[in-house]
Design a protein around this ligand. Structure first.
Ligand code: SF4
Length: 887
């Protein structure tokens, strides 16, 4: 065959077909033209054969009627990976990702740091299975039996569903006349928000502790260094995050960093995939350092102590930029923000760190308590489970690197989701401030900023109605059962009353109570049971709620315990703008299918209910909404200097392209903390705080401590050491951690058999702990504590450190109808702890074992700025494990 022959006749030889078959098949799906081009390239490049064409008539082999839709995966990890959807007759037949299809110069483009491909992980590629899952909620349903019994659900029409929900809402409106607000806990795009002030939450399970630390130390909305900036680092410390499973889209940077020879150290309670893939170690510091859950801040305290005692801190930076490091530190604030409670400007106010409260005094106090330099290191070593030498060497390497990054993902990792996670996150900031790494290229304090810095900002959605949309009274999500049972969260009566007066202009009186008589879970809101805490207790509390309504896609636990389920459309059934967290891109998630069955977009569901209430909402199409957003879209100022060729695309272009990146070179990557001059951080003091006067004033921290300190968790390693008994009277001997997995995004995908069959679910236990309990891999075991009991197979491995077991989060609760366990908790919310018979959870949802326990400094006032004030302790809590069923 001559060199040009392939271009003319599309003759594909045996060898070239085999060589490029997968790619060719995919490309063929795209179009006949692409098939021809690919075939031509293959035959031209490697033309060795016998001139025996295998495919004379490609139309007979390749289905050229397939439509290819470029879309993006919008899910919890926020990677927004690119997906190519192959659609035939309105039905999605396949999904592939960017990078699956060879392109011209694909090697170079695949490795391009600045026009990056975000390639889907197993979750994105399984979206088809979720879209067509047999157990997807297809129709509006109402419960006809007891809540929780799925056999009681019967199909109803949309008309009946809308009328029923509207009737509940009308009943709540009557209660509003007495209470001054609607006793409805409503999340998402709820119709209740057009009727009056509802109830909603503050607090965040993933990032609340970190957000409180950042607000106190750095001020509202100050971001960490972006992920790409680790390529400017000389040392990367990945602390308590398994990036390979939690945020796979960020691993590209870690790969590039490792290739560039940047040393990487991983600190975690188990040897993660990320540790296995990336850790290199540095000097005398090993690549992986195991630390007991909840003791991370002891290690960070000891590292800070080493730098302090050896005078390796950046004194000039500390004096210019920070507050509360040195004893008696006094500053007159130059901050431009106002106190959110008193509304007075901070500028001009003078702050002095109280005696004994400076960070230096804290570090000195460690020495007093533990005798000497060695004693402090030994204290941290014995608590964490590592050695004094490793802690000291890590501190010295961290200080020595001219730019060193803490890399913890978006949320400063699992160590942040502990009872003392606020202080762990604050310690990361403290160490980064002591070394100047906090505002340095290649530095960073753990939290990874969602973007490189420049992105097109779209406008807001067009209003659906002229009717007023009301706000909400906020309560702590970690006190949901308490609020249902007693009307109170962890705040004092005075604090609750003051907050509601300040934020909602409603006076709840001398005995303030928040009544929850109806719950509406909006589409996209996390499951109140599986994804939160303390399922058994919450189920008991929900019995007191009169009506539960749920917009949902799969039979989540909230759906199961609802009276009405409203089937919501999935992301693949709508078109919308979205952002990823890896780059400065704006993405279009194109729909690949119309909403299936009787499912509707959530705004359409709300519109139907509102109609029954006499409120007309506009029925916009996706495109109308996007056009309105695009009309107000803004191109980032300053980007033209970086790349004058990139200008604002027009609407049709962005819709067609599907994504628009504004790449930033490494030396121009946006480092938020570098924007603030000394004294002008948006905190109360204008400084980076080692002590927060605002937090001290608000008195919302769960511990009366307003700077980075090691505070033992309410239940944690020290509890085990002291052999303390729980309320039930059990001295639990293990701590559990609850990492994410690659095959679920919280409980999303837990209903996809392909993924759940591919990846086993198990509790991972160390060899040592398994041996003392007689457990072998494959044994079916019970894991239990005061709050409940789960049942699942065991995997004995050397990955978790002794004393720690791993229960992957996100399984859907599945109560046994046969096996029971006697839990022990307060059913009334009045401190009346007693034995409660609960079902053993065969789903092995770790939220059966977690407890509603506020940590951090949850505050609805702070929440206005962070959207996430108040943290959660999912990790490091106590349990036991046995082959024999416990009572
Ligand atoms: S889950 Fe995250 S990493 Fe996986 S495909 Fe979706 S966006 Fe990408």
């Amino acid at each position: 065959m001559g060199k040009n022959q392939g271009k003319e006749t599309l003759n594909i030889t045996r060898r070239t077909l085999l060589k490029g078959s997968a790619a060719l098949m995919l490309t063929a799906c795209t179009s006949k033209k692409a098939v021809e081009e690919t075939a031509a390239k293959e035959t031209t490049v490697d033309n060795i054969t016998e001139n025996q064409p295998l495919i004379q008539n490609p139309e007979a082999v390749f289905d050229t009627s397939l439509k290819v839709v470029n879309t993006h995966h919008r899910i919890h990890c926020h990677g927004s990976c690119m997906l190519k959807a192959y659609v035939k007759n309105g039905r999605l037949v396949n999904l592939t990702s960017m990078g699956d299809i060879p392109r011209e110069n694909s090697k170079e483009k695949d490795e391009d740091l600045f026009m990056r491909q975000r390639r889907a992980c197993p979750r994105g590629l399984s979206e088809k299975k979720r879209l067509y899952a047999p157990n997807r909620i297809k129709y509006p349903m109402k419960q006809t039996k007891e809540r929780g019994d799925i056999t009681g659900f019967v199909r109803i029409s949309w008309e009946e569903a809308a009328k029923t929900v509207a009737s509940y809402l009308k009943e709540m409106q009557e209660r509003q006349k007495e209470l001054g607000y609607l006793p409805i806990f409503a999340t998402g795009n709820s119709p209740a928000k057009y009727l009056g002030t509802t109830l909603d939450i503050y607090g965040h399970h993933s990032a609340g502790n970190q957000m409180d630390a950042m607000y106190a130390a750095l001020g509202p909305k100050v971001q960490g260094n972006p992920a790409i900036d680790i390529l400017n680092s000389k040392l990367i410390i990945i602390w308590s995050t398994d990036t390979r499973t939690t945020q796979p889209h960020l691993t590209f940077f870690l790969t590039k960093a490792k290739e560039a020879g940047i040393p990487i150290v991983v600190v975690d309670s188990r040897f993660t995939d990320t540790a296995a893939t990336y850790s290199t170690g540095i000097g005398k510091v090993p690549g992986f350092i195991a630390v007991r859950p909840g003791t991370d801040s002891a290690m960070l305290a000891a590292m800070a102590y080493v730098l302090y005692k050896k005078k390796l801190y950046n004194e000039k930076f500390l004096k210019e930029y920070t507050f509360g490091f040195f004893p008696n530190d006094t500053v007159t604030s130059n901050s431009n923000i106002e106190n959110p409670v008193t509304k007075t400007l901070y500028k001009g106010q003078t702050f002095t760190v109280p005696a004994g409260e400076s960070f230096a005094e804290y570090l000195e106090s460690l020495e007093k308590q533990y005798k000497d330099y060695k004693g402090v290191l030994n204290w941290a070593a014995s608590l964490t489970g590592t050695t004094a030498e490793i802690i000291e060497n890590l501190a010295l390497e961290y200080c020595k690197a001219s730019a060193a990054a803490f890399f913890c993902g978006w949320t400063t990792g699992g160590a942040q989701r502990t009872n003392n996670g606020l202080y762990y996150s604050w310690f990361l900031i403290a160490l980064a401030a002591m070394t100047g790494n906090i505002s340095r290229r290649g530095g960073g304090f753990g939290m990874i900023a969602p973007s490189d810095g420049y992105k097109i900002k779209i406008g807001s959605n067009p209003p659906l109605t002229d009717a007023k949309k009301y706000g909400s009274i906020k309560f702590s999500i970690f006190s949901l059962p308490e609020v249902i049972l007693t009307g109170r969260d962890a705040r004092t009566a005075e604090q609750l009353r003051d907050d509601v007066k300040l934020l909602n202009n409603i006076d709840l009186g001398n005995d303030p109570r928040l009544h929850i008589e109806m719950v509406i879970k909006g589409e996209g809101s996390g499951d109140f049971f599986t994804q939160k805490a303390n399922i058994n207790r919450k189920i008991e509390a929900f019995k007191k709620v009169k009506y539960v309504v749920c917009y949902e896609q799969q039979m989540s636990t909230t759906a199961k315990y609802s009276d009405i389920i409203l089937p919501a459309a999935m992301n693949l059934e709508q078109t919308f703008f979205t952002y990823g967290q890896m780059n400065c891109e704006l993405d279009v998630a194109h729909k690949v299918s119309e909403p299936l069955y009787d499912c509707k977009l959530d705004r359409e569901i709300t519109r139907l209910i509102c109609k029954e209430l006499g409120i007309e909402l506009k029925n916009y199409t996706d495109e109308e909404i996007m056009k309105a957003q695009w009309e107000k879209a803004e191109f980032p100022k300053g980007y033209a200097e970086i790349n004058p060729k990139r200008t604002m695309p027009d609407f049709d272009t962005i819709m067609q392209m599907g994504e628009y990146q504004l790449p930033t070179p490494l030396d121009k990557t946006y480092i938020d903390t570098m924007n603030y001059k000394p004294g002008e951080f948006p905190t109360d003091t204008g400084r980076i705080n080692f002590y927060s006067p605002y937090m001290a004033m608000r008195q919302r921290a769960q511990h009366p401590v307003y700077g980075p300190r090691y505070i033992p968790s309410k239940e944690g390693y020290e509890t085990i050491q002291k052999k303390e008994k729980s309320r039930k009277g059990v001295a639990y001997g293990l701590q559990f951690i609850t990492p994410h997995v690659i095959h679920r995004a919280h409980s999303t995908f837990d209903t996809v058999p392909l993924l759940q069959d591919t990846y086993d679910n198990y509790v991972e236990i160390s060899d040592a702990d398994a041996k003392t309990r007689g457990i072998k891999t494959g044994n079916i075991v019970y894991v239990y504590n005061d709050y409940g009991c789960i049942k699942l197979p065991a995997l004995v491995s050397s990955r978790p450190m002794p004393g720690v077991i791993v229960i992957n989060e996100g399984r859907i609760y599945n109560p046994s109808s046969e096996e029971t366990y006697t839990a022990y908790f307060d059913v009334t919310g009045k401190g009346e702890y007693k034995e409660i018979v609960t079902p053993v959870d065969l789903g092995a949802c770790v939220s059966t074992l977690t407890v509603d326990m506020e940590s951090g400094a949850g505050d609805p006032v702070t929440h206005q700025f962070t959207n996430k004030s108040g943290g959660f302790a999912a990790s490091g809590n106590l349990c036991e494990i046995s082959i024999k069923k416990p009572n």
